[in-house]
Design a protein around this ligand. Structure first.
Ligand code: DC
Length: 235
């Protein structure tokens, strides 16, 4: 591995995205949100007419959708969020954060053809510059030799509360706390029991329970280790 790679894994709502975005700016790393790629494929699946109860016989077609998809991450300063995801030429950034999209992303991410289609792209992005990647299998499958690995956790109630706050801030219809909690529980179960690349702590990963920590505290803990590692490797 020629560049500097930090792997950050963990279930939904543990603060991965917020922390890694801040750390990327702080430590001069590019931030790669790998969940957004799975969400991009989920978007294309809904667009192609698939529903959340697709069955096993649909898997090859969904795998093909992922293989044919073209992804682009763009920074557009005047828009919020400024990190935009373009899939097959469409800016899907504001469409991929709904609860249905989360559930579809989790379901299609268990399909081997989908995972294979996204593996090369994640490695290319991670090696294009010193980077921090967040997802479910970064430290176990995508970059098992990452320079530093983190595994974030938090109680399910705290994670559901954070998701609720996030969705309320976006405006529009918001599910109840109980609904969100159940969706997160189902997603955790699917993501950590699937046959390939299940969510689990990578060997050597630093585990941080973020339940009682503020975002600043999480960033501080992670940044300290990352900056020390960069110094050690003279990056
Ligand atoms: O991080 P996120 O909530 O945006 O991810 C959405 C789904 O994508 C998640 O439930 C499982 C899948 N995913 C994955 O399987 N592997 C990754 N590296 C990232 C996400």
């Amino acid at each position: 591995m020629s560049k500097f790679v930090v792997a950050v894994d963990g279930p939904a709502g543990t603060g991965k995205s917020s922390a890694t975005k801040r750390i990327a700016d702080l430590a001069g790393l590019i931030h790669v949100d790998t969940g957004a790629l799975y969400r991009g494929v989920a978007y294309l699946c809904f667009e192609a007419g698939f529903t959340l109860d697709f069955d096993e016989s649909d898997q090859p077609a969904i795998g093909k959708i992922a293989q044919k998809a073209r992804f682009e991450f763009k920074r557009v300063k005047k828009q919020n969020p400024s990190n935009r995801l373009i899939v097959n030429g469409h800016d899907v950034t504001s469409l991929i954060r709904t609860p249905d999209m989360s559930m579809m992303a989790s379901k299609i991410s268990a399909i081997p053809g989908v995972r294979n289609a996204l593996t090369g792209l994640q490695r290319t992005l991670g090696l294009s510059a010193p980077s921090i990647l967040e997802g479910r299998d970064i430290g176990t499958v995508i970059f098992p030799d990452a320079d530093l690995k983190f595994f974030l956790t938090a109680s399910i109630d705290e994670r559901a509360k954070r998701r609720l706050d996030e969705l309320e801030a976006q405006g529009g219809d918001t599910p109840s706390f109980e609904e969100l909690r159940e969706q997160i529980r189902l997603r955790d179960e699917g993501d950590s029991t699937r046959a390939i690349a299940p969510l689990k702590k990578a060997e050597g990963a630093v585990e941080i329970d973020t339940t009682a920590l503020t975002l600043d505290q999480v960033v501080e803990k992670m940044a300290k280790l990352i900056l020390a590692k960069k110094k050690e490797l003279a990056i």
